[in-house]
Design a protein around this ligand. Sequence first.
Ligand code: S3P
Length: 173
Amino acid sequence: MKRIFLIGYMGAGKTTVGKDLSERMGLSFIDLDSYIESRYHKTVRQIFEEKGEEAFRKIERTVLQGVALFENVIVSTGGGAPAYYDNMEFMNRKGTTVYLQVSVEELANRLEVCKHTRPVLKNHSGKELKAFIAENLRKREPFYKKATVIFDAENMLSETDVQNISQALEKLV
Ligand code: S3P
């Protein structure tokens, strides 16, 4: 039985890699944010706006515990999930955790263009966005680094890069 949790900062490629890896390994795929959105009939952004971050973190925790019952599955988690409650220890007990590690520079480049769906980043841009990511990642990395596998996901420009990453990951998980 395989249960794999992909973790890492926003923009690290958890969903992209998760989909590819799940097809390669013949496992189901769950994106935790999409799962929350379909269960609560609201976008993550709406949940943040209407109920606040603390409420979102509770929902995230509850849903994480639910999906951890599924077998033969790859779960891509939201970037904040490992840093709240005992979620990281929980995931390590329930399966194999994989940290997709990407530098602050690369994350800032990727997130500048797609930060609008991410409430945590909505008020930041340019140099200030990069500084925010650096500080936020510094706080989160101690959690991410508890992962079973730490994987360099810096180069993910093309479809071939994604395939190479999941091919390499398949051997490690
Ligand atoms: C968050 C990351 C998001 C989502 C929410 C909060 C975070 O997921 O869960 O906007 O705090 O890092 P992605 O990492 O999939 O963007």
